[in-house]
Design a binder for this molecule. Structure first.
Ligand code: PGA
Length: 249
């Protein structure tokens, strides 16, 4: 059966010393979680934090990886490089990457393939913008995002993915999807996975909610049958806030 997961996404926050201090505090405070716990950090932290957390229940994710294997791509970090740090997950397709860095369905398809080829589990993000929600187009948007970048995978490959549904209008805005809105679209996403890969793969896929998730609203969100945890931005930057969300399970 699928796992419950609470994953942090630090985004472009925390210098090296601050990040290591946060990871050390989490290591101390997260002892017997009732769910899997992952922290997504900037590239500069990965090696140090993965080493620090190696004997803890906390896994480490990169927030991105390159869409090429290796070579003359100044400033890029490959999936193989990420894996060599000890990180085991990679966030791919976050709406900020899609919007600010022009990441297309095709680019994301490459990134997912390269992550999988290097034994990284992609945390693949999907979700609609405000205008699309207002036009009630959220279902067609997430369907196109899945079809565009991950439904080319084999069932075995798809089974390594974690899906994060993050309505863009809820990210960093303090607006959250209601538990009903989130449950409805999570169930829809699971039905798409079932249609493509069958019920067993769909039942085993963890689908996380992201977008202004905090300790207060996590309990109501996580109580739903198709919401298997959260991808947490702002509230992952303080150990106590993040631990309170983990405690929602
Ligand atoms: P937020 O970010 O929790 O700050 O809204 C979530 C995300 O972007 O993953």
């Amino acid at each position: 059966m699928r796992k419950n997961i609470v994953a942090g996404n630090w985004k472009m926050n925390k210098n090296l010393q601050e990040g290591v201090a946060l990871a050390a505090e989490l290591k101390e405070k997260v002892s017997n979680p009732n769910c899997d716990v992952i922290i997504g950090t900037p590239f500069i932290h990965l090696a140090t934090v993965a080493e620090l957390l190696k004997d803890s229940p906390i896994a480490v994710a990169a927030e991105n990886c390159a869409d090429h294997t290796s070579g003359a791509y100044t400033g890029e970090v490959s999936a193989e490089m990420v894996a060599s740090t000890g990180a085991t997950y990679c966030i791919i397709g976050h709406s900020e990457r899609r919007t600010y860095y022009g990441e297309t369905y095709e680019i994301l398809r490459e990134k997912v393939q390269l992550a999988l080829a290097n034994n990284l589990r992609p945390i693949f993000c999907i979700g609609e913008v405000k205008e699309e929600r207002e036009a009630n187009r959220q279902n067609e948007v997430v369907k196109a995002q899945l079809e565009g970048s991950v439904f080319n995978l084999s069932a075995e490959e798809f089974g390594k993915l974690v899906i994060a549904y993050e309505p863009v209008w809820a990210i960093g805005t303090g607006l959250t999807a209601t538990p009903e809105q989130a449950q409805e679209i999570h169930a829809y996403i699971r039905s798409l996975i079932a249609e493509k890969y069958g019920n067993e793969v769909a039942d085993n896929t963890s689908i996380l909610y992201g977008g202004s998730c905090n300790a207060k609203n996590a309990v109501g969100l996580f109580a739903n049958p198709d919401i298997d945890g959260g991808l947490i931005g702002g509230a992952s930057l303080k150990a106590d806030d993040f631990c309170a969300i983990i405690s929602a399970f």
